[in-house]
Write a protein that binds this ligand. Structure first.
Ligand code: NAG
Ligand code: NAG
Ligand code: NAG
Ligand code: NAG
Ligand code: NAG
Length: 345
């Protein structure tokens, strides 16, 4: 405890100390049982005792790694609050009070299992909200539409309502991995700026419908997906990185041209049940197929047999843990896969 806070607690300092502050704030924070007393900090402004507010950067508040069990009082000037790695269990309504200028809220690695219906709703400038590694069972309601970066991974979320991300036209990164989701179809439709979606390590049984067209990275590994419709990947105009490893994909679930999509740079299909090498676009650079049941090296999957000059751009091809060996590679592979510097069989 800083000396001045101790004096305050003992009643030895009168309130003239707080003369340049909002007296309502000051009193309210002293008398509200949820809020610890504030330090009399005559440089940067008020600051909860258990946190640090550097005078050189008065709009940031550092409360991470302090065994806190409750949300602290957040002064209205704050833009950046660091509350990660504590033992906070709930984020009540009004906890952000008048701190409506908040831009970043870091609340990852806590034990949050309850969030007030409107806890975040007034934060019209919120850009980043990190809530990963908590005990959430649903996406908090009324999240600000201004969000660009939302981390909800490593929780126990089992459902996403169709309106959970409504109107978030600037949301660019959405992390939902390591939850208990069986279905997210429809709820991401309006996210026209979304470029990275991670829904890996959930319980999806099929590919989600209605994903945003601007996706650049799509991570769906470690689910129970057994099929990918022919037009699934072609709905995206900028897709470059796709991960489907550790699913239940079979040849039957993959129509001929599912992966024959130009623009794709990296495709991870490892740890599935494929028996054939699927057709991929000649523009693909990294293809991961290890730990499947592939029995044949089909050169036509990479290169046109008609136009052998149209060679593959593959640099990395991983095929170990299948039912083929180096001897199964046709000699023409040298021509077709001339750029590959890393082929593992
Ligand atoms: C927020 O601001 C309003 C109006 O400025 C004021 O009446 C209210 O007491 C403030 N609330 C908190 C929690 O500081
Ligand atoms: C929170 O989650 C952890 C790990 O998943 C679990 O051990 C703990 O019991 C949960 N706590 C509450 C309060 O739900
Ligand atoms: C999205 O970003 C633009 C440009 O910064 C901004 O004008 C707009 O208000 C933002 N949309 C939302 C819903 O916050
Ligand atoms: C892959 O797509 C290209 C361009 O759409 C097409 O010309 C080619 O025939 C396709 N490859 C196969 C094996 O279907
Ligand atoms: C190679 O084939 C692809 C489709 O498979 C086509 O889009 C591309 O234009 C071809 N490139 C050359 C150099 O012929």
């Amino acid at each position: 405890m800083r000396p001045i806070a101790l004096l305050l607690a003992l009643g030895l300092v009168n309130f003239t100390l707080a003369q340049n502050r909002d007296p309502f704030h000051w009193l309210a924070s002293l008398h509200s049982p949820g809020y610890a007393s504030l330090q009399a900090d005559n440089t940067g402004g008020e600051c909860p005792e258990e946190c640090d507010c550097p005078p050189t950067f008065p709009v940031a508040m550092y409360c991470d790694n302090r065994d806190m069990k409750k949300m602290p009082y957040i002064p209205s000037r704050m833009k950046y609050v660091y509350l990660q790695h504590n033992q906070i269990t709930s984020v009540p309504d009004n906890v952000f009070g008048n701190a409506t200028n908040l831009v970043w809220i870091m609340l990852h690695e806590n034990h949050i299992n309850s969030v007030g219906k409107n806890a975040f709703s007034k934060l019209a400038n919120l850009d980043r909200l990190y809530l990963s590694n908590n005990n959430l069972t649903e996406v908090p309601s009324n999240l600000p539409r201004s969000l660009r970066d939302l981390h909800l991974n490593h929780n126990s979320i089992t459902k996403v309502s169709p309106s959970a991300f409504e109107g978030m036209e600037n949301l660019t990164i959405l992390l939902l991995h390591n939850n208990g989701l069986q279905e997210i179809s429809g709820s991401l439709k309006g996210l026209k700026s979304l470029t990275l979606l991670d829904v890996s390590s959930n319980q999806l049984k099929k590919v989600p419908d209605g994903l945003p067209e601007m996706l650049h990275q799509l991570y769906l590994e470690s689910n129970s997906i057994d099929a990918i419709p022919a037009d699934f990947l072609s709905q995206f105009t900028n897709l470059q990185y796709v991960r489907f490893s550790h699913n239940a994909l079979t040849d039957k679930g993959i129509p001929q041209n599912t992966f024959n999509i130009s623009g794709l740079v990296e495709l991870d299909l490892s740890f599935n049940k494929l028996e054939r090498i699927p057709v991929v676009s000649s523009s693909l650079q990294h293809l991961y197929l290890q730990a499947n049941q592939i029995k044949e090296f089909t050169l036509g999957s990479f290169c046109s047999v008609v136009d052998i000059m149209n060679f593959s751009k593959l640099k990395v091809l991983r095929l170990e843990g299948n039912e083929i060996s180096a001897g199964d590679m046709p000699t023409e592979a040298a021509l077709c896969l001339r750029l590959a510097s890393d082929i593992a069989l």
